[in-house]
Design a protein. Structure first.
Length: 153
């Protein structure tokens, strides 16, 4: 579900964005009827998992089981802009913010049906060897696929 957007002012192509939709369900909401904030973090993880499967051609089942890696989140910065309620359909976008030898940073934005941001997050994940709990290099093929989503800003 990726697309390539055009730069707004200079006419250059900007990086691909991974896009998906999230329907807000009763199970996402607290007694006040709005999304309970930790559920957004679960949504972020779902988006990352779907991006890996759809765009990096490596599912979490293969990452964790077949290849024996781990992909823990080591940093997370989230701004909760406006509430979401049951029945809302949020538009999610993911872009790569940074790409190191063993880690990658992601920008994730959830927007409401009106197009306004509801939640913005920046996450850093690291590819690790779960036996040693040490970072391991991102394979070249995986890195190349990630690079297509790289946004320098």
């Amino acid at each position: 579900m990726a697309d390539r957007a055009r730069g707004a002012t200079d006419g250059t192509a900007s990086p691909r964005l991974y896009r998906s939709e999230i329907r807000i369900r009763f199970s996402h909401c607290d007694p006040a009827g709005i999304v309970f904030f930790p559920r957004y973090l679960e949504m972020f993880n779902d988006i990352v998992e779907d991006w890996c499967r759809d765009e990096l051609n490596v599912s979490f089942a293969e990452i964790h089981g077949g290849r024996g890696w781990g992909v823990p989140t080591v940093h997370l910065d989230v701004d909760f802009i406006a509430p979401s309620v049951i029945g809302d359909v949020l538009s999610a976008t993911l872009a790569v913010r940074s790409l190191g030898s063993t880690s990658f940073g992601l920008n994730i934005v959830l927007q409401g049906p009106d197009g306004a941001d509801r939640v913005r997050g920046h996450a850093v994940l690291v590819l690790v060897d779960p036996k040693s709990l040490r970072p391991t290099p991102i394979p070249d093929e995986m890195r190349a696929r990630m690079a297509a989503f790289y946004a320098s800003a």
